[in-house]
Write a protein that binds this ligand. Structure first.
Ligand code: ZN
Length: 348
């Protein structure tokens, strides 16, 4: 089969022929139809310090995907997943026996293995994952939409930390997850939804997904944005999706007292925080990682089922569809930042 592989330590990837993977008794084998590019994949291609410290090549990369089940292991319980099912995959494979796993908090497993990071991934004609990592999709979820459930899950997990009904919400960072979180904030009943970024291309996507106001912080401050909206007291809830220290400083400076901040964007390195403001304004700051298994998956499935507006907003995040054979072009587009989600078509 074809697979996009990190052949050895160092920069670069290669699309090569490799043996098809074979699953164990509790696994499923999936024919990949679509796969989405993520920042993680760019880090792996570029071989940054995180990638060098984390990966053990050779490795098939990629973790955002949608496909069709072609084999089911003999010990997979009947009625859970069957050959022919269309599925998305949860990319965190958990141990099942640590304290958090045993308590049902699998997203907090201390032994998590990442598909496409610590084990072979989904930028390939076939991928094998445990049956328990599969989310069976209904027919109305088309392949492209099914391929963004991983980042949509990040957005959902972050946005639904607290009730947004009637709240003023700030989202810093208009990458694909920030744009999807914008749509969810709108769906969840927020009053003002303000989105910041430095890219007008990305801010346009956020506006299309339901942002009431988009702010290019190279030209306008959040104070000015608040004044334009008639806001006097600051934001009630913020979703940090940029990983940029300047955005975080601006965020903390514009929260209402008692504001709540969910942090998803991964910073490149540690940075200072105005802890005086965090303390005296009684801000709550919570780190978010991955998706709850599988509460987040059911929540996004249900929201998409009941809201065509939300489904269209999520679809609007996909700006580029590229045949898998042209993977290098897909990576170049994603690296440019002048795009939303880039999807590779493994059927082409
Ligand atoms: Zn565990």
């Amino acid at each position: 089969m074809r697979a996009l592989v990190k052949p050895q330590a160092g920069p670069g990837l290669e699309l090569i022929e490799v043996a098809e993977p074979h699953g164990g008794p509790t696994d499923v084998k999936i024919r990949v139809l679509r796969a989405g590019l993520c920042g993680t994949d760019l880090h792996i291609q570029g071989w940054d310090p995180w990638a060098a410290a984390t990966l053990a090549p050779p490795l098939v990369v990629g973790h955002e995907f949608y496909g069709e089940v072609v084999e089911v292991g003999e010990d997979v319980p009947a009625g859970t997943v069957a050959v022919g099912d269309r599925v998305s995959g949860e990319g965190h494979v958990v141990c099942g026996h640590c304290r958090n796993c045993r308590a049902g908090r699998r997203h907090l497993c201390i032994n998590t293995i990442g598909v496409g990071v610590n084990r072979d991934g989904a930028f390939a004609d076939y991928v094998v994952i445990p049956a328990s990592n599969v989310y069976v999709q209904p027919p109305e979820i088309e392949p492209d939409l099914g391929a963004v459930f991983d980042p949509l899950g990040n957005a959902t997990h972050t946005a639904l930390q607290w009730s947004m009904v009637g709240e003023d919400v700030l989202i810093t960072g208009a990458g694909p997850i920030g744009v999807m979180a914008t749509a969810i904030a709108r769906h969840a009943g927020a009053r003002h939804v303000v989105v910041t970024d430095l890219s007008d291309v990305r801010l346009k996507l956020a506006a299309g997904a339901g942002a009431g106001l988009v702010v290019n912080t190279s030209r306008q401050t959040l104070r000015e944005a608040q004044a334009a909206l008639g806001m006097r007291e600051g934001f009630d809830i913020a979703l940090e999706m940029s990983g940029a220290s300047a955005a975080v400083a601006e965020l903390i400076d514009n929260m209402n007292h008692g504001g709540r901040v969910a942090m998803l964007g991964l910073p490149k390195q540690p940075y200072p925080i105005d802890w005086g403001k965090v303390i005296t304004h009684m801000l709550t700051i919570k780190g978010i990682y991955g998706r709850e298994m599988f509460d987040t998956w059911y929540a996004m499935g249900a929201m998409l089922q009941t809201s065509p507006t939300l489904a269209d907003a999520v679809r609007s995040v996909i700006t580029h569809r590229v045949p898998a054979a042209q993977w290098a072009e897909a990576f170049d587009i994603a690296r440019s930042g002048q795009c939303g989600k880039v999807i590779m078509n493994w059927e082409d």
